[in-house]
Design a protein around this ligand. Sequence first.
Ligand SMILES: [Zn+2]
Ligand SMILES: [Zn+2]
Length: 387
Amino acid sequence: MPELDLDALQNEMTSWRRHLHAHPEFGFEEKATAAFVAAQLREFGLDDVVEGVGGTGVVGTLKRGTGNRAIALRADMDALRITEQGDLPYRSRTPGVMHACGHDGHTTMLLGAAKLLAAEGGFDGTVRFLFQPAEEWGKGALAMLADGLMERFPFDEVYGLHNMPGLAVGQFQTRTGAFMSAEDNFEIVLKGVGGHAARPHSGNEVLVAACALVTSLQTIVSRRLSPADIAVVSVTELLTDGTRNALPGMARILGDARSFRPEVSAEIERQMGIIAQGTAQSYNLGAELHYTREFVPLVNDEALVQEALGAARTALGEANVSVAREPMTGSEDFARFLDHVPGCFAYVGNGEASAPLHNPGFDFNDDGLRHGAAFHAAIVRRRLPVA
Ligand SMILES: [Zn+2]
Ligand SMILES: [Zn+2]
């Protein structure tokens, strides 16, 4: 097999990435992105390219040799409803939508790996390239799975990358076990009787109770959960139907909770119910709790983390590979694939000077493209070795 010129591939990937950055699409609307991805995969000569998997998802398949094992590599394609700031020549051409999480870079790194593996081979078995829609709202992986992903395109292991601001370009980091958190959303509705601001005793307003409730919710993590468990309960909105001279008869308290084990998530919901009902009762109000689970915890497989670290050392050098000390309380719907097969999710550096993820000034660092593509190729060759 001829070896691909990595400098030429880096230049090509940079142009793909900037094209995708200029044309961002929100979750399940990634039509042009998916068409671009599918056209590239067909040009690389993959054995099979299927569009429309789980809405706008694309699955490419590449086979070499006679091995019957299959490895999946996954990238996300969606952008966010954020207005891009700055004056990059390739800035978003779509008002109000931008690639503020670097999924343009993730898609490009996986395209680069597909081109490299299609040209050079060096593995024995099947590679599935999964380009998923709608990661940001936690629906895209589930949509692909519901569309028969595992039955139509079976695989034994799955790997995925996310860029990480603050980590130097060329660096690779992952962790065994819990790596990213579950995300739950909650809404507590307090119901009383609104009235005149000058005559509080004539109604039964909800705002004082709502303030007490927001404070009491802080005790779930500090007093109800084991200090050994990592969890976050964040109240993010307090909305009422009051106005300057009218006391509210209804309050909505909304927020977000993070945890790493289903038992902890269940306990947060249970304690929230107790506190909401108890507070409401002491103020003679009604209370309703609506609690939903949006993302499951991302738990990396112990053995495959070692394999991923090994592949990263080969591709990026020993000094550029590290184990993360702590799990991160962000969420990723890559975790949905790990419900079906073992795998490993990892970070690649986006540079110390990078703006934070989801910031209007964020930009994926193109210098990292070759490193991500090299890791993808290395894990395939390590897990599907030529005999
Ligand atoms: Zn994001
Ligand atoms: Zn992301």
